[in-house]
Design a protein. Structure first.
Lengths: 207, 314
């Protein structure tokens, strides 16, 4: 049985696990707790012209021989209350290492449905730069029943465009509207090769 | 990439027939520019500069009529089909409509919640379709104070192209969700939609009889839809390595001119004329930066670093 926050607090109060000051009610405590764990909606960053419907449900987008630094991209889909959204559909797409989208096929495109814990993970390559965009980026479209569609892009803190200071320089790409979209990159070894590991959690707003 | 595409939509135009070209005007380009928007009466054009400022020039004189500085963050522009009105969309979602003849004061209002990617007048010149980035399109009546008359939603994303039928009774609009939807402009009820496109469409054009719609976009090919059902009638071959930003019927009504763009560097901008019946194509021989039907003739712009040329193609 899954208890909501108020029910959990009531049970804790009954068993003495929580003691409330006389000026604090359970609803007040539940609301304060909710507020403390509230997550900020992932900032919008535009859809771009090369979204393609019906992408395959692949988690391994990298093929042997693909140019570019291997990338491990993962995260969790939440709503603003901090609850996971297990039934979300996540479309992810990006260019190859040379900066080209696959229009004819589905290279570096996938649609995922996170598991019960809301988690997703893909293996790919770090996308390249292309002439009309300043920064390397990965596109996301996340949809889920009862939630507003989330359209955003993830950027790499290691992108030379940021000169090592994304907080100061993220606006060098006019489409990157928030430093929250610029994610740190951890270089690690998977035993065979070096991999750029990036975590990008997604927070959806309820409709 | 996306930042270029809405500007490229300004290419949408109605063409006559290709053939010999006749220079209309050669003028100094006021700034390095991506595209221009030519008024349908051929008296003005809007230069969209690479720094995102805009300059309105008279044609053929090349006199600067107005400069919209980069700080204003103008993003999209469209003329009404009679050339009397110019609409400009801004970064913050505001829209401005001015009289090109200076006969009425400008109107400016919040046309949408985000940057305005798309503007398209209905043939009456009094109704304006406004496409904010990744938001539902808004339809505004421009009689006196702008009044919101309809909101045209998408599953996700925003408007990427819009066109009205010649009689103004139908609006077709393409969205970031890749669907192409038809609306009755009397009621703003959706009449039909086509969800068979896997990629986004950037150009829409009704045939002169209003019975079909030409659709072009990221799939780099023309798809012909039946306007009464939204079903696909035919599809022409792709021109790989680029995407369509403008598609228009020629005056003979059996050929379509198509403008291709590719800012990924695979192919330069180019224009191709397609015979809709045979699927045969021929290059138009220009790298167009604007096109417009002016008095039944095709006018196109071409630009180098310093000079802008407007020419007529008979």
């Amino acid at each position: 049985m899954k208890l909501n926050r108020r029910e959990l607090l009531e049970r804790c109060a009954v068993f003495g696990a929580v003691t409330l000051a006389s000026s604090v009610s359970l609803p007040m405590l539940a609301a304060a707790w909710d507020e403390a764990e509230r997550k900020k909606t992932t900032p919008h960053s535009e859809l771009g012209p090369f979204f393609k419907r019906e992408a395959p449900h692949d988690t391994m987008l990298r093929k042997p021989g693909d140019a570019g630094m291997p990338m491990a991209l993962s995260g969790v889909v939440y709503d603003t209350r901090g609850d996971v959204v297990p039934d979300a559909k996540i479309d992810i797409w990006h260019t190859d290492n040379a900066g080209f989208y696959d229009i004819d096929g589905y290279r570096f495109r996938t649609q995922l449905i996170p598991g019960p814990k809301g988690a997703y993970a893909i293996d790919s390559v770090v996308p390249g730069h292309y002439p009309s965009r300043v920064c390397q980026h990965v596109h996301y479209l996340v949809t889920a029943s009862g939630h507003k569609p989330l359209i955003t892009q993830m950027y790499f803190a290691t992108d030379p465009v940021f000169d090592g200071d994304p907080a100061k320089n993220y606006t060098r790409d006019p489409l990157c509207g928030s430093v929250d979209l610029v994610r740190p990159v951890m270089i690690k070894s998977d035993g065979n090769q070096m991999v750029a590991a990036v975590t990008f959690d997604l927070v959806m707003e309820r409709a | 990439m996306r930042s270029l595409v809405p500007m490229a939509l300004l290419f949408s135009c109605a063409l006559s027939a290709p053939g010999a070209s006749k220079p209309i005007a050669t003028m100094q380009l006021p700034c390095p520019a991506y595209f221009q928007t030519l008024s349908p009466d051929g008296t003005q054009l809007v230069v969209t500069c690479r720094d995102m400022s805009m300059v309105v020039l008279s044609v053929p004189e090349g006199k600067t009529l107005r400069t919209i500085p980069v700080e204003s963050k103008a993003y999209s522009a469209a003329y009404s089909s009679d050339g009397k009105w110019l609409a400009i969309g801004y970064q913050g979602g505001s829209v401005e409509v001015t009289s090109t003849k200076g006969t009425a004061s400008a109107q400016r209002w919040q046309g949408g919640p985000r940057r305005i990617d798309l503007l398209s007048f209905l043939p009456d010149g009094k109704t304006l379709v406004v496409g904010p980035s990744d938001e539902a399109a808004r339809v505004w009546s421009l009689s006196e104070t702008p009044k919101l008359v309809a909101t045209l939603p998408f599953e996700f994303g925003g408007a990427s192209a819009a066109a009205a039928s010649p009689d103004g009774k139908l609006l077709v609009i393409a969205g970031g969700d890749t669907a192409v939807r038809f609306y009755d402009t009397a009621t703003w009820q959706k009449t039909h939609e086509n969800r068979n496109f896997l990629l986004e469409s950037f150009a829409l054009q009704f045939t002169p009889d209003g019975k079909q719609v030409l659709v072009g976009g990221a799939d780099a090919r023309i798809t012909v839809l039946d306007a009464a059902t939204a079903k696909q009638v035919k599809q022409l071959p792709t021109d790989g390595g680029s995407y369509i930003v403008g598609v228009s019927m020629m005056g003979d009504q059996h050929r379509a001119a198509t403008v291709y763009l590719d800012d990924a560097g695979k192919k330069p901008p180019h224009a191709v004329v397609w015979d809709l019946a045979s699927g045969k194509s021929s290059a138009l021989g220009v790298a167009p930066t604007c096109c417009e039907s002016v008095a039944g003739k095709l006018w196109m712009c071409s630009a180098d670093d310093k000079t802008l040329t407007v020419s007529q193609h008979d």
